[in-house]
Design a protein around this ligand. Structure first.
Ligand SMILES: *Cc1c(COP(=O)(O)O)cnc(C)c1O
Length: 403
């Protein structure tokens, strides 16, 4: 029986692995995938020690952090990295100002309150970020231990002014702690230059690895807070237990406190190596990486506009480059996510509790940005999905915007 061209096209499409364009986990590079598929090494094997030690050094470069800052790579998720920061920095009764831009700030608030902190929330309407003046006012009200914020809120695609927040916090002698899970290596960060004290992330988002690592870089000043803490953290989260391990690996010595995710450390080394590339200095490497994210996000925003779509973030200066939170057009609802999935691309539904069913999210971070055909595939799938939902759209014009 002869197969028609249409049969063939359908089979090709079905056999094609869907493209993962959610705000984490994300598509990973071939090199990272190869590293992550290595036979699991021992935590004291020379290859692991070398990969771990190099990763620690590379984290300082990717974060653009000071030489005396301490990177931590611990098995875990972004949520664990958040708990690690809270548990090592905050004593019961400490006054914290929390910038609330959505779902993950709310999670941070719960962690801080569980630790007994006295939390003052500075919020904005969903899709917006509070002004630096509002944050300054909250910091002026009483002596404040730390300012916590989410660099990119994954639920709304809102990015805060990390540099401005760190400046305001410094003026009030408060620590700056940033959740960079959906931002690290995608949105500009100069940890040392801006005076950020703790910057944390998880492996499966903009940094481009499989899930499973909680990553933090901590300044000397923030480490000193841990030394003075009255209520120590749970042992497994304690910087003072983990630091000797990180230091040993950096000195290329074996160490043990709790078994690291050894296979993922090999992937971490490969991934950070790719991010840093062969530029002479980390600032140059990171600038070109941030530019790639900014340029691609710009092109995608143009494409979404051509498809008749509008973004959830209120203003351009609070719009993240690592994902698009896109409002459903009139007459279209959550079925769009499935329609896009039918075209071979996985995007994410809304996440903000108040707006969940009014928008969807497309992640655009990491290795996929170096593959123009995949970026175009994503735009085409969104266009075809809209068409399947009854919208009239000019897909070719939208594709031209990302070419
Ligand atoms: C995904 C995410 C988290 C949580 O990370 P998990 O690995 O899912 O625990 C925290 N903060 C932000 C900003 C995120 O995007």
């Amino acid at each position: 029986m002869g197969r028609t061209k249409a049969d063939h096209a359908r089979e090709t499409k079905m056999s094609k692995t869907p493209l993962l364009m959610i705000p984490g986990p994300i598509e990973i590079s071939d090199r990272v995938r190869e590293a992550a598929s290595s036979p699991p090494p021992s935590h004291v094997s020379p290859a692991l020690i070398e990969a771990f030690g190099t990763s620690i050094e590379q984290m300082r470069r990717v974060w653009l952090a000071a030489a005396d800052s301490q990177p931590f790579a611990i098995a875990g998720s972004g949520t664990i990295a958040m708990d690690v920061a809270v548990a090592n920095l905050v004593d019961p009764g400490d006054r914290i100002v929390l910038v609330d831009t959505g779902y993950f700030s709310e999670r941070m608030r719960r962690m801080l309150e569980r630790r007994g902190a006295d939390v003052t929330v500075v919020a904005a309407a969903p899709g917006d970020a509070p002004s630096l003046e509002d944050v300054d006012t909250a910091l002026t009200a009483a002596p404040t231990h730390a300012l916590f914020a989410t660099h990119v809120d994954t639920s709304t695609g809102v990015r805060v002014d990390a540099r401005g927040l760190a400046e305001v916090a410094h003026a009030h002698d408060a620590l700056t702690v940033l959740d960079g899970v959906c931002a690290t290596a995608g949105e500009e960060l100069q940890m040392d230059g801006w005076g950020v004290d703790v910057y944390l992330t998880a492996s499966q988002k903009a940094i481009g690895l499989p899930a499973g690592l909680a990553l933090l870089v901590v300044t000397k000043r923030a480490m000193e807070i841990r030394h003075g803490l009255k209520n120590p953290p749970p042992l497994s989260l304690d910087w003072l237990e983990w630091r000797p391990v990180m230091q040993a690996y950096e000195e290329r010595r074996p160490a043990y406190f709790s078994t690291p995710a050894t296979t993922l450390i090999l992937a971490l080394h490969a991934g950070l190596d790719e991010i840093l590339g062969d530029a002479d200095d980390p600032a140059t490497a990171m600038t070109s990486r941030f530019d790639l994210h900014a340029r691609t996000a710009d092109a995608l925003r143009t494409a979404w506009g051509i498809l008749g779509l509008t973004l959830l973030p209120a203003r351009r200066d609070v719009t993240a480059n690592t994902l698009s939170a896109i409002s459903y057009p009139d007459g279209v609802g959550t079925e769009l996510v499935g329609a896009i999935r039918n075209e071979g691309v996985i995007v994410a539904p809304g996440l903000h509790p108040q707006l969940r069913d009014t928008y969807f999210r497309v992640g655009h971070m990491g290795d996929v940005l170096t593959r123009p055909a995949d970026v175009a595939r994503c735009v085409r799938a969104v266009g075809l999905g809209l068409r399947a939902c009854g919208q009239e759209v000019d897909i070719d014009a939208a594709l031209a915007a990302v070419e």
